[in-house]
Design a protein around this ligand. Structure first.
Ligand SMILES: Nc1ncnc2c1ncn2[C@@H]1O[C@H](COP(=O)(O)OP(=O)(O)O)[C@@H](O)[C@H]1O
Ligand SMILES: [Mg+2]
Length: 345
């Protein structure tokens, strides 16, 4: 379906409702890396590592060489004290440098969670590099939704997710981000910033559960855009790449109108992604782009509320502004010719 696989060192999203197979698929991706001797890391936010290992044991996967970072206590208890449990050498006092967004209890806990997970990853990558002279090549985060649970629904938390996604890209590991799909009409922030997105589906067919997978986006390569049957068996997830999913009314109903909506929103999404790339260029050139980030966040919010036209207008305006900033020097109007005396006439 991917026409050859994932392009390495980029972040991807696996989304789907609970029980669709996200954790199993992400782990299968990691296990494949372990088999090839690649250093791999799993960030556990949904279930404690011992439970995860027990669940995965049914597939006979050997996780001895997998580095599992347990961030569940942080997420579960959400007390400042527990942040220390997350990484042994983490000091909560270091977190004090994060401030100035808005002082609200919820947002503070959000800051601490994302910040501590980010810090924990940075530290682990660095130490691993020091120790082995190798980088982690595969990584999974299960799930980003757990990390977002405590966020305010608003602009600030989205900006934090944006910066977290940027951070993940910079780690240069192929990263699977699991995203629990709570509301099918919502397009999550991470969907915009991932290089590819796979969605897992589940519905009831009579008395049996059926599953399917579809690829909704894959930058830089072609892909099969049909929905294909997926089964979970003793060896993990199996996809039938030529199988068909009969789109009868039950299935269509079960999947909702999201499919259609996603297609419609795709154009705006591509536009926002381009704008993000331009914003990066602007940032490299030393321009202040905080207003751009704010406007793009607003545009994403508009998409989520179904105001696609308004979103498009906003994005186009932002892009126009950045185009002016990015204009190469040679295209700038020529300076007026020097006075005639200076040219010796
Ligand atoms: N050994 C197995 N054989 C078949 N199905 C399994 C097996 N282990 C788990 N499952 C199914 O996989 C589902 C859970 O998959 P999981 O990846 O944890 O979902 P998600 O992470 O999307 O919530 C469960 O609904 C369960 O029915
Ligand atoms: Mg799961």
């Amino acid at each position: 379906m991917l026409r050859g696989g994932l392009i390495p060192r980029r972040p991807y999203v696996i989304s789907g409702a609970s029980g669709t197979g996200k954790t199993i698929l992400a782990m299968q991706f990691i296990v494949e890396g372990l088999k090839r001797g690649e250093p791999c890391m799993w960030v556990s936010l949904d279930e404690p590592p011992n439970e995860l290992k027990a669940n995965m044991a049914t597939f006979g996967w050997n996780l001895d060489h997998l580095k599992i970072l347990d961030a569940t206590p942080d997420i579960r208890m959400h007390k400042r004290k527990s942040v220390i449990d997350v990484g042994t050498t983490l000091d909560v006092r270091d977190m004090e440098e994060v401030k100035g967004i808005r002082v609200s209890q919820q947002l503070r806990s959000m800051e601490v969670s994302i910040h501590s997970v980010q810090k924990m990853l940075k530290q682990e990558f660095f130490q691993h590099q020091e120790r082995t002279k190798e980088n982690y090549q595969r990584m999974a985060i299960d799930s980003l939704t757990a990390l977002k649970m405590f966020s305010l629904v608003g602009v600030d938390s989205r900006i934090m997710i944006q910066s977290f996604m940027r951070f993940l890209s910079e780690l240069e590991a192929t990263c699977m981000i699991v995203s629990e799909h709570l509301d099918t009409s919502v397009i999550e922030t991470e969907f915009f910033l991932a290089r590819g997105k796979m969605r897992l589906h589940k519905w009831l067919d009579g008395s049996s559960i059926r599953r399917a997978i579809s690829i909704e986006k894959m930058r830089g390569s072609g892909f099969d855009d049909k929905m294909r049957p997926l089964t979970i068996g003793p060896n993990g997830v199996t996809v039938d790449p030529s199988g068909r999913v009969p789109l009868n009314t039950t299935v269509v109903h079960a999947l909702g109108s999201q499919f259609l909506k996603t297609r419609i929103a795709e154009q705006v999404t591509v536009s926002i992604e381009k704008a993000f790339e331009m914003a990066e260029q602007c940032r490299h050139q030393g321009h202040d782009i905080s207003h751009v980030q704010m406007d793009l966040t607003r545009a994403m919010l508009m998409i989520q509320m179904g105001h696609l036209h308004d979103a498009m207008e906003m994005v186009e305006r932002v892009r126009l502004g950045m185009e002016l900033l990015l204009k190469p020097k040679s295209e700038a109007p020529l300076p007026p010719p020097p006075p005639e005396e200076a040219r010796g006439i």
